[in-house]
Design a protein around this ligand. Structure first.
Ligand code: FAD
Length: 478
């Protein structure tokens, strides 16, 4: 079907239907259903084709959104997919889990008054259709190059770089300590946001393109960084950030208080059919328990909604700021509330109660004070406002820091910032070690999938330039 553009005046915003709460609470399938072709075309036709597309400007990948919306509205889906995938290695993933309300959709010019085009849902429809119809083909190169690259980390940053470099003809080797490809997309983010077959499908495509995966291989343990540098013409570090920020105070060491990523990884592994020791009855399963999650970011949102699906008796989320000041997506808060999660805003834990195992959290009310140097309002405890939440499982979701990579890799010369992230030259993406590049969360700190893809693409371009320059110098010296 063909739709004319600028239909926002007549057509309202439409998001794909959500599955009923009663079904959502029972499984880990995605919350949102898929657009059909008519809905995708109608929604795309709402785009105003404005002169300066702020959606593209605010997309970390500078996706040509108005162009592929127009092609979708005209029913030219294969061309729309070509345009969309030209700037994004994994549009089916961004369509599902990008915080569009803060990026493209939040900056859509018709947002003011008419509500934005639901760009993410169209992107998801388009790429799923492309997979269904066989338009997504492995990125095999036209010519092979003799040089090889080693990529440490199979998350979105490492995979985007691997895809780009393989398409240029390099022999690409990806090393990961996990047994599956995807990084946080496979073991961190739950299935109700990103179903696992979506990630496995991409892995299969990348392997078919000729990328060699060395799984269950931890660099710094099984293989050293030095060995990788000797083996490859350039190396990319895309190891993400995994050290959980901890919480102290009385009772912090009680059993039943667990880090968020341990909890989510166990749940994702169980969902993938892995044998997770003790999962059915263990500390990492919320079934039948009163659960308190501490934190207000995306990880905390994923924990509360996972606990609901595991059959928790109750789920509460304790966050020291309020709804308007939380870092997590408001769309996810709304979904969690619909599913029965209680948000305890402006509250912080002070102590954990229990005899060996946690039985409660003593908390204190907070109020928002004056903005600090960063412009964010400070939080201060309200005197005499203590209260207790009963809990059998407490999940700590307070964010992540980088591991000490120079130590883990035994490379003292690898320079890090004062936050422990890898220092790179922001033009060349090279670290302090010649021929060693870095991308994604390990450079930015905990961020987003779309930024990791962007960094991976940019780093790949710089690695290509470096290898070509090194080869030219070597030939000239002969
Ligand atoms: C629970 C959770 C939910 C999130 N939800 C969203 C969301 O909805 N939307 C969004 O955009 N972002 C989300 N994020 C953030 C997003 O997942 C990350 O920003 C992104 O995955 C970073 O990509 P990366 O490639 O840098 O690292 P990662 O995805 O972390 O991948 C790093 C890889 O490196 C491997 N590795 C680490 N050290 C070594 C080593 N020494 N040797 C070998 N391999 C190693 C790891 O095993 C891993 O596979 C979420 C994060 C979390 C934790």
């Amino acid at each position: 079907m063909t739709e004319r553009m600028l239909q926002f005046v007549h057509l309202p915003q439409q998001t794909p239907e959500k599955r009923p709460v009663s079904l959502r609470r029972e499984d880990f399938d995605e919350i949102y259903r898929r657009f059909d072709q008519d809905a995708a075309a109608r929604q795309s036709s709402r785009c105003s084709q404005c002169g300066v597309p702020f959606c593209s400007v605010h997309c970390p990948l500078s996706n040509n959104i108005p162009d592929w919306l127009k092609l979708t509205a005209e029913g030219r889906l294969e061309e729309a997919y070509e345009v969309s995938s030209a700037t994004n290695n994994f549009p089916e993933i961004c369509g599902r889990i990008c915080p569009q309300d803060r990026l493209c959709e939040g900056n859509c010019v018709i947002e003011k008054g008419f509500e934005s085009v639901t760009i993410g849902a169209v992107e998801r429809y388009l790429t799923d259709t492309a997979f269904d119809r066989g338009w997504v083909r492995p990125g095999r190169p036209l010519h092979e190059r003799p040089q090889s690259v080693g990529i440490i980390g199979a998350g979105p940053g490492g995979l985007a770089a691997a895809d780009q470099l393989r398409r240029k003809g390099y022999q690409v080797h990806v090393y990961d300590r996990y047994d599956r490809v995807g990084g946080l997309m496979i073991y961190g983010i739950p299935g109700f946001k990103l179903e696992k077959p979506i990630v496995l499908r991409r892995w299969a495509q990348l392997a078919e393109a000729g990328i060699v995966f060395h799984l269950d291989t931890e660099i710094g343990r099984e293989v050293t960084l030095g060995q990788l540098r000797a083996r490859h013409d350039a190396v990319l570090i895309a190891t993400g950030v995994y050290k959980p920020r901890d919480i102290g105070g009385p009772g912090a060491g009680l059993a039943g208080i667990v880090p968020a990523l341990d909890y989510l990884t166990a749940s994702n592994r169980a969902g993938l059919g892995d044998d997770v020791p003790g999962f059915e009855s263990g500390a990492l399963n919320a079934a039948g328990k009163r659960v308190v999650v501490i934190g207000g970011g995306d990880t905390a949102m994923d924990c509360v909604s996972t606990a609901v699906r595991q059959g928790a008796a109750s789920v509460q989320c304790l966050y020291r700021r309020d709804r308007a000041n939380m870092p997590g997506s408001l769309r996810e808060v709304k979904n969690a509330e619909e599913e029965g999660v209680e948000f305890v805003w402006l509250s912080a834990p002070e102590a954990f109660l229990g005899d060996g195992t946690v039985s409660g959290v003593r908390a204190v009310r907070m109020h928002l004070g004056l903005p600090d140097a960063s412009g964010r309002q400070s939080v201060e405890p309200v005197e005499g406002s203590h209260f207790t939440l009963r809990a059998d499982l407490v999940i700590k979701a307070l964010g992540f820091d980088p591991e000490d990579l120079p130590l883990a890799f035994g490379e003292k010369g690898l320079e890090v910032s004062r936050w422990g992230t890898l220092s790179i030259d922001h033009r060349s993406f090279m670290t302090s070690l010649p021929g060693v590049f870095a991308a994604g969360d390990i450079v930015r700190g905990a961020s987003l999938v779309v930024w990791a893809i962007r960094d991976g693409r940019d780093a790949a371009e710089q690695m290509h330039a470096y290898i070509q320059q090194s080869s030219t110098v070597a030939v000239a010296a002969e």
